[in-house]
Write a protein that binds this ligand. Structure first.
Ligand code: SF4
Ligand code: SF4
Length: 126
């Protein structure tokens, strides 16, 4: 099935983002606000769910919040803007379907405070 949505006035095909097993979920830059938002999300999770996500085995280099069991982002509603943009810009093309990317480059609105999964790990969120 092909999904279509509007990005900055341009009609775009959307990506299925299923069955990728974390292919595009590695370390990503995050801003101060995103760090705060993720902390809030993690701290609002039921303890059992949070522990289950935290303790999942992951391939080296995979994002600390990638949910191996659900094959998706474990903090979806709080995921950083670069994750939301992935696949839809020339400099963030999806590995599975690069044709979906527009001709524009993604430019972050704010400066990052560090890299999620490298500078910030689970101990910084709980
Ligand atoms: S952006 Fe591409 S590689 Fe990443 S989850 Fe979606 S379809 Fe898979
Ligand atoms: S925050 Fe979510 S979408 Fe972004 S890299 Fe990590 S698991 Fe993937």
């Amino acid at each position: 099935m092909i999904y279509v949505f509007c990005l900055g006035g341009e009609m775009m095909e959307s990506l299925p983002c299923k069955g990728c097993r974390g292919l595009c979920c590695g370390p990503v830059p995050i801003t101060k606000d995103e760090l705060k938002k993720i902390k809030k999300k993690i701290q609002s999770m039921p303890k059992k769910l949070r522990e289950e996500l935290k303790n999942q085995p992951r391939m080296p280099g995979t994002c600390i919040f990638y949910d191996e069991k659900k094959d998706g982002c474990g903090i979806y509603s709080a995921r950083p803007s670069i994750c939301q943009a992935f696949g839809y810009y020339k400099n963030l093309a999806c590995f599975r379907n690069p044709k979906v990317a527009s001709n524009r480059n993604y430019v972050a609105k704010d400066s990052p405070v560090g890299i999620l999964s490298v500078d910030f790990t689970w101990k910084d969120f709980i």
